[in-house]
Design a protein around this ligand. Structure first.
Ligand SMILES: C[S@@+](CC[C@H](N)C(=O)[O-])C[C@H]1O[C@@H](n2cnc3c(N)ncnc32)[C@H](O)[C@@H]1O
Length: 213
């Protein structure tokens, strides 16, 4: 069976489209509006892909460490950052759910359009916390609950989006305080000759040992 990394390898060079770039820019604009992002922050971007969101965030933080399972997506990212002269994005072709990286104590763990590919999001949040510093944030951007028509091929799709109660319960379980949860963008796709809308949410949890829920 061909794994998810290899499948993303196949689409890597045509993954970036104007609508994805526009979406990524909006996501980062919202993140900057909602969080006190700081030039000293170190960010872990899980499923960084071709770095669409990372390149917009990079001027505002110290460093972005990205992980991804796809060599192809990471190659596109490397070409992009070299062309743009971006020096503060570093990547690992690793599955952070199973493998370690040397860095930890991140200020922000960011995850865009990746959670729906992960089997057990609750377990994933628990694992992400190992890399988060106290007072740090986990930000998840993903599809709001959809009817399974978003992807034309659902082979690697483990969840047809999520609703807010679900996401809040992952945060609650790990003692993260939900500081923001809203639909922030709508992806439009043509389905059966009609335009269909797929809302995308951003959920942010803060890890505060004393604060909890
Ligand atoms: C839909 S793309 C999103 C890429 C990027 N975050 C964006 O918003 O453009 C999902 C990415 O997650 C990666 N991925 C899936 N499961 C992963 C995992 N367990 N660890 C790291 N990356 C993963 C895939 O290889 C792919 O590059």
């Amino acid at each position: 069976m061909i794994d998810i990394g290899k499948r993303f390898d196949k689409v890597a060079y045509r993954y970036d489209t104007p609508d994805k770039l526009e979406r990524s820019k909006k996501i980062i604009e919202k993140l900057l509006e909602v969080l006190p992002v700081d030039k000293n922050w170190n960010v872990l971007d899980i499923g960084i892909g071709t770095g669409n969101t990372a390149v917009y965030l990079s001027p505002y933080v110290n460093q972005i460490v990205g992980t991804d399972l796809s060599e192809g997506m990471l190659s596109v990212l490397k070409e992009k950052t070299e062309k743009m002269g971006i020096k503060n994005i570093k990547t690992y072709k690793k599955d952070i759910l199973k493998e370690d990286i040397p860095e930890k104590d991140f200020d922000l763990i960011f995850n865009a359009m990746t959670m729906h590919h992960i089997d057990n999001p609750e377990e994933a949040i628990k694992r992400f916390k190992d890399f988060l510093k106290e007072g740090g944030y986990i930000a998840i951007v993903d599809l709001y609950k959809e009817d399974g028509t978003f992807h034309s091929d659902n082979t690697d799709v483990k969840h047809f989006g999520f609703d807010f109660d679900e996401v809040k319960s992952w945060f609650d379980k790990e003692g993260l305080k939900t500081v923001f949860i809203e639909n922030i963008y709508t992806i439009k796709k043509e389905r059966e000759g009609k335009e269909k809308e797929y809302p995308v949410f951003m959920a942010i949890g803060r890890f505060d040992k004393n604060g909890g829920k």
